[in-house]
Design a protein around this ligand. Structure first.
Ligand code: SF4
Length: 329
């Protein structure tokens, strides 16, 4: 796209969004807390899943102060089903910083926002444009795909050069008068028409400016990391004291959460086999073999959780499913 068309491109997106923009609860608010929560949830979770949880979660934690006052276990428990629990930890850290440093309110200036825990370029752009309608750049995977095609750019979008170029473009292209609608439109174009694979160019509001010759082949990405298969052997040991579980230590992916205890394969191979559970996490394909143990010696970090407490004990979805399946009724 030629530079002389930048402002027409931005205006075409804003006009299209005015007529066709989707209605989401986070688009009906300018409350920076509600916007931050939606952006954090949407980072690695699909829109339908977020829609099912967003308003109930906000009703539980309607302000930074409400989340700052909750203990970490309650915050983790509230996030179950959304996955990637470090997000709620960093949301809580941001809420605590807002309360301690800004009286529970959001600072309006960019440097102070950027200093909050877990707030990076994308979130700053989202807060400034969606909460305050300020012309701030914003790039996510959808925006990158649109830029790669509009500019017919073969630079890998996930390379440092690709990322730098797209953030520079985003800053130059943002609509000065209506950045809120413009940034929403750009992301929505990537979600609805300029999609992965075959885009729907015939309906595209910026088709006149797009220079993609083979849009199906864009964006280019760096080669993917290989999927690694891993296996775990876990035990189900339930007694009158409760279910034996292991608390994840600091520094682990699920820090502060509980999971079924892990054992060496040869140690539990002869115990009754309950099930094999398969799931994927990032680039790992996990197979978990669960065996029932009638006796067990608790190891470091392991303890019995009374059955009545399991419903509010934080655990990742795979563990929650097993607990719900095998818990005595
Ligand atoms: S014309 Fe097609 S490839 Fe270009 S931005 Fe629109 S949907 Fe994407």
């Amino acid at each position: 796209m030629q530079e002389e068309h930048y402002s027409d491109f931005a205006q075409a997106l804003v006009d299209w969004f005015g007529k066709q923009g989707r209605d989401y609860p986070w688009r009906r608010t300018t409350d920076p807390w509600a916007i931050l929560v939606s952006e954090v949830m949407l980072q690695q979770t699909t829109i339908p899943t977020v829609l099912a949880r967003y308003e109930a979660w906000l009703a539980q934690f309607p302000t930074p102060a409400s989340l700052a006052a909750a203990d970490e276990q309650a915050a983790l428990r509230s996030w179950e089903g959304l996955g990637y629990y470090r997000r709620v930890r960093s949301l809580r850290a941001a809420a605590i910083a807002l309360c301690e440093q800004h009286g529970g309110r959001f600072p309006g200036d960019e440097a102070a926002l950027r200093a909050l825990p877990g707030i990076g370029d994308y979130t700053v752009g989202a807060l400034l444009s969606f909460a305050w309608n300020r012309p701030a750049p914003l790039v996510d995977a959808n925006v990158s795909r649109v830029f790669a095609r509009v500019f017919n750019d073969p630079t890998p979008v996930d390379s440092p050069a690709g990322r730098r170029r797209h953030w520079e473009l985003a800053a130059r292209l943002v609509h000065p008068g209506n950045p809120r609608a413009y940034n929403s439109a750009l992301m929505e174009l990537g979600q609805t028409l300029c999609t992965t694979g075959s885009p729907t160019c015939l309906l595209c509001p910026v088709r006149a400016y797009c220079t993609a010759t083979n849009p199906e082949e864009l964006p280019v990405k760096l080669p993917k990391k290989e999927i690694t298969a891993i296996e775990h052997w876990d035990i189900w040991h339930c007694t009158a004291d409760g279910l034996l579980m292991e608390k994840q230590p600091d520094g682990r992916r699920h820090e502060g959460m509980y999971r079924l205890p892990r054992r060496a394969a040869e140690e539990i191979a002869d115990l009754p086999h309950l099930c094999d559970q398969k799931y994927s996490v990032t680039r790992y394909k996990v197979t978990r073999h669960l065996h029932r143990a009638d006796t067990a010696t608790p190891q470091a970090g392991e303890c019995y959780i009374p059955l009545a407490d399991l419903s509010h004990t934080p655990m990742a979805s795979p563990d929650r499913k097993l607990v719900q399946k095998y818990l005595p009724r």
